[in-house]
Design a binder for this molecule. Structure first.
Ligand code: UD1
Length: 335
């Protein structure tokens, strides 16, 4: 079976992808610097998969370290997650973001090139589209990234395309995620932000556990059915499975692709809050406050290309996202 290097494999989406890769029979080596994750995730992955985890602590910016990893292991492909991901922080720290997200990735690609490893699944974001002209968003929509984070992701996407132009033996799967939510059904892994979360789902989760008093709903005057922002929330396990399908496409058919990982369904902030209340069995406090700068009315993806090319279909609905999130955060809080 193919051997995969999984960078950022201890993170939120990376850890769920690890589980699905192992379940699909891949041999996986995790590389992580634990800058936004905890090594205890590795123990949990061993419990879930019932097998020892091979993990290396290191940074994608450390070319010598990466070279050593490729000298020691013969990889068939890389699934690359290791990156910084907070949009607001990227505005404050554009250099750090460029360094990790773009220079880190190009360092990794350089080592891959020298080692003759030419397949990569890349963790991108639907934020590369910017404000939508049409909904649902298709992959051929214009890209107008607004934040340094989104620009970083587009730079990396373009670098992959340029590499392929220079040498057709490269193949890439660029996966543009919509809004990841939920946790593994084991409740052993999930999203675990250290600080006050910026994103809706982890914020609601902390209101449910009592760590935060109330949700601040950023605006109820959007052009949406209930006036609150609408997004395309996708279960992290579905997202993880999408990576396996992308990888399979590269290994079995050598076919590069750029696809949305989305459900095609939009839910509002109030939909999310109500569904989470049902999942945790508590009333969750909220207040309507002003709009957050840069937010838009509605944003959801066209999932048809991912379905046609990869056979990808998100199977898990909103209830499952909220239930698994609640199970994970309530268990974590009690441990
Ligand atoms: C953000 C990121 C995006 C990333 C995505 C998922 C920005 C501009 N974009 O998108 O790059 O892919 O997260 O990680 O940050 N909301 C509240 N109260 C809160 C938090 C959010 O009302 O405390 C609302 C927002 O106004 C929005 C919705 O909830 O309508 C979703 O927000 P969020 O989870 O931050 O995701 P996005 O803004 O869609």
């Amino acid at each position: 079976m193919a051997k995969i290097l999984l960078t950022g494999g201890a993170g939120y989406i990376g850890s769920h992808t690890y589980v699905e890769l192992i379940a699909s029979g891949y041999e996986v080596v995790i590389l992580d610097n634990f800058s936004n994750s905890h090594p205890s995730v590795l123990d949990r992955l061993e419990v879930i998969t019932g097998a020892p985890v091979i993990a290396l602590e290191g940074d994608v910016l450390d070319a010598n370290f990466i070279k050593d990893v490729f000298a020691e292991h013969t990889f068939d492909a890389v699934v690359h997650f290791a990156a910084k991901k907070a949009v607001g922080e990227s505005v404050e720290q554009p250099l750090d973001y460029f360094q990790t997200n773009c220079v880190g990735f190009s360092t990794l690609l350089g080592v891959m090139k020298d080692a003759g490893v030419r397949r990569v699944v890349f963790s991108s974001t639907a934020t590369v589209y910017g404000v939508p002209d049409i909904l649902p968003l298709p992959e051929n929509h214009a890209t107008r990234p607004e934040s340094p984070y989104a620009v970083n992701k587009l730079v990396c996407e373009n670098l992959l395309k340029q590499l392929k132009t220079s040498d057709d033996t490269w193949s890439y799967g660029i996966l543009r995620y919509f809004n990841p939510a939920g946790a593994h059904p084991s409740s052993l892994i999930g999203e675990d932000p250290n600080d006050i979360p910026n994103n809706l789902m982890p914020y609601i989760a902390k209101v449910a556990t009592g760590e935060l008093a109330r949700l601040r709903v950023f605006g109820d005057d959007y052009d949406t059915p209930d006036g609150t922002g609408v997004r395309d929330y996708i279960h992290v396990v579905d997202l993880a499975k999408g990576h396996v399908q992308s990888l399979r496409k590269l290994i079995e058919q050598d076919e590069s692709h750029v696809v949305n990982l989305s459900t095609g369904i939009g839910y509002s902030v109030m939909d999310m809050l109500k569904s989470y209340q049902a999942a945790c069995g508590k009333k969750l406090e909220y207040e309507i406050v002003g709009r957050r700068a840069g937010d838009i009315d509605g944003f959801w993806g066209d999932p048809s290309l991912a379905r046609d090319l990869l056979g990808f279909k998100a199977e898990r609905g909103l209830d499952d996202m909220c239930k698994t999130s609640w199970n994970w955060v309530s268990r974590r809080k009690n441990n």
